[in-house]
Design a protein around this ligand. Sequence first.
Ligand SMILES: NC(=O)c1ccc[n+]([C@@H]2O[C@H](COP(=O)([O-])OP(=O)(O)OC[C@H]3O[C@@H](n4cnc5c(N)ncnc54)[C@H](O)[C@@H]3O)[C@@H](O)[C@H]2O)c1
Ligand SMILES: [Zn+2]
Length: 362
Amino acid sequence: MSVPADAGSEYEVVVGSGLLADVSQRLQPHLGSGPILMVADTTVHELYGKAMANALTTAGHHCVELVIEPGEASKRRSVAASLQDQAIAAGADRDSRVIALGGGVPGDLGGYLAATLLRGLPWIQVPTSLLAMVDSSVGGKTGVDTAAGKNLVGAFWHPQVVLADVEALGTLADAELASGLAEVIKYGVTLEGQLFADLEDGLLESVMARVPEAVALVVERCVAIKAAVVAEDAREANRRQVLNFGHTVGHGIEVAMNYTLRHGEAVAIGMVMEARLSEQRLGGAADLAERITALCARADLPVALPDGVGVDAVVEGARHDKKNQAGQPRCVLVQEFGCVVPHEGNWSHPVTVEELQRVLGE
Ligand SMILES: NC(=O)c1ccc[n+]([C@@H]2O[C@H](COP(=O)([O-])OP(=O)(O)OC[C@H]3O[C@@H](n4cnc5c(N)ncnc54)[C@H](O)[C@@H]3O)[C@@H](O)[C@H]2O)c1
Ligand SMILES: [Zn+2]
């Protein structure tokens, strides 16, 4: 499937089962003669990175394995600086390619390395988490977190190709799979009502059971949905905002809980709350919040604020979301499944603190 990049160019997202088995042949057309810089966390490196490095070495490449600790804490400037230094010391040159192997963390960090090293190297994404396959590997956003917040430093830098082997999800922890499912559900709520209905009809359980055909189908549909949105709005000026459904409240929850919930878990709760807000504001489908709650619960995602998390702390976190304008929280609102409603030419609506408090307190 082709996905739009900058200046009218595009790249392929290849989705399939067993792609990693012949990864060096598949990547060969995209590789140069310089050292390959492979970024992976220790878990994914052990599971897939070593074999990939061996295959690339056998094919005659010099593969530099840049291994980071798993988790969001690795997505910071000091780690990026260390990777840049290691890459330069290993002889990285203009014919080098970066391969980001793993979830969204090695993806964002590897992409940032590619964007910054030698003023930009071509790179390849090999996503291994569901979240990375359906979300972070499409759209060209790369970057790191700072003490002031997530993803505050980075660049738009599209990969040359994305290789999503759904077989890799076989080793992904259930909770990580569920976190990715929250984004899948989000696409169904906001942009493709039929996807939501299919998930309700049992597609959700097939993905949870990691049936390869079902997972590949879902990943392909999500990539197509995100690609279409990105095509309309490469730099997140407007249309991309629809992808933030559930994310204003979700971000507030992440901040209030000091990022102890997984992103998708916070988004699941956020979707339930923003669906309530949608019902109250727009008076559309009355079963919106109810059906989202039921589907998220089936995916083993949380659907209510965890005990001990204060409504005020969540609202405060939501108010400081970087997507807001002038301290006023904004939310994407949905009329019915697959139908997001714009407001004064904008895909998000200003909401009041009182409205947020009300839906969070229900
Ligand atoms: N660039 C974007 O557009 C974009 C979009 C959404 C999210 N993100 C970013 O993505 C990150 C979250 O992504 P994530 O949830 O994939 O995080 P992650 O990369 O930390 O992966 C989650 C966990 O799963 C493990 N893992 C990954 N693949 C595995 C596999 N196949 N088998 C076993 N374990 C595996 C990892 O080791 C890690 O412990 C966040 O930093 C977020 O900001 C970026
Ligand atoms: Zn998200």
